[in-house]
Write a protein that binds this ligand. Structure first.
Ligand code: SIN
Length: 307
């Protein structure tokens, strides 16, 4: 006999008081799951994160594989590969190229290969990516995705987490959705990256990277699905609201990425690779391994203006 799943209670206006089942749809309503011919997909949760086996990413990526990789990323939002031992900067660039052109992060240390950033304990002291964020949301066309490779990992710790911001939007109360659906927010790198810079450097960089605005709820450029698009370090205020209203609303929206049911967590091994859809998810690099060494290489993929 079929089990009837009770209809979830409407989400409460106070997100921390929510309990019970959440709505965790992997894809937008009406999309049926893809049957993959090449990829072997093992889901890590029902809606975000899948480990993919049966692919050697050191080999040239043909059209059929590229198409399945693109589809898998749209469906799972973050995909993982392990034991890619023959994978270096050249293969890294080729893999990122399945989605688009590489985009430099202006603040990350360089690796020696154009387009590839190297995040090492040596260079980043104890690392400062342990805050929920979307890569490059402070740009007019934020990165579409990122491809991260583990070069050296600590014996324990140093995991990364991702949160599904489409599901986060789905679970907001109807009144919250109505309130934020037409709002726009300012994104700016200065309060985070700029805090450790001299005023001169901030002024110089500001000329090429001024504050930008994005809708608070964006339509994903490929799927059209609504995504909550504000993040703690880079979204500085909501246009048209008072400072207090803006701060309170951003605080409440930022909490959504912290809800465990929206998340997936990945334990790295050397030569593991993660690729994420940077519009659909936020991520958080757990900073629990100091003074062990952790070295990662990352390529961000150039994006498009959001609407
Ligand atoms: C990042 O924030 O892009 C880095 C993630 C990580 O090092 O796990």
């Amino acid at each position: 006999m079929a089990t009837t799943i009770p209809t979830p209670k409407p989400a409460l206006d106070k997100p921390l008081m929510h309990y019970g089942r959440r709505v965790l749809d992997r894809t937008a309503p009406g999309n049926s799951p893809t049957q993959y011919q090449i990829l072997d997909i093992s889901p890590l949760t029902l809606h975000i994160g899948a480990e993919i086996t049966g692919v050697d990413l050191s080999q040239p990526i043909g059209d059929d594989l590229a198409e399945e990789l693109r589809q898998a990323l749209l469906e799972w939002k973050v995909i993982f590969f392990r034991d890619q031992h023959a994978f270096g900067p050249e293969q890294h660039l080729a893999l990122a190229g399945v989605w688009g052109a590489p985009e430099e992060n202006p603040f990350f240390p360089k690796s020696g290969t154009a387009g590839v950033s190297r995040l090492a304990k040596d260079a980043m002291a104890i690392g400062n990516e342990n805050i929920w964020h979307s890569d490059h949301s402070f740009m007019a066309a934020p990165a579409l995705g990122s491809v991260l490779r583990a070069v050296e990992v600590p014996p324990a710790g140093g995991d990364t987490m991702w949160a599904d911001m489409a599901v986060a939007y789905d679970n907001l109360s109807a009144s919250m959705k109505e309130r934020i659906d037409t709002l726009t927010a300012v994104h700016d790198w200065v309060p985070s990256w700029g805090s450790a810079m001299t005023e001169d450097r901030v002024t110089r960089l500001r000329q090429t990277l001024p504050p930008v605005e994005h809708p608070v709820v964006v339509r994903h450029p490929r799927t059209g699905r609504k995504v909550l698009y504000v993040n703690e370090p880079f979204t500085t205020r909501i246009v048209g609201l008072s400072d207090t209203e803006s701060r309170e609303l951003l605080g409440e929206l930022a909490l959504q990425a912290r809800i465990p049911e929206y998340q997936v967590r990945f334990r790295w091994q050397p030569d593991s690779i993660a690729i994420w859809d940077n519009i659909a998810v936020q991520h958080y690099a757990i900073n629990d391994y100091y003074p062990q060494r952790r070295v990662m290489e990352r390529i961000a993929i150039a994006g498009v203006p959001l609407s």
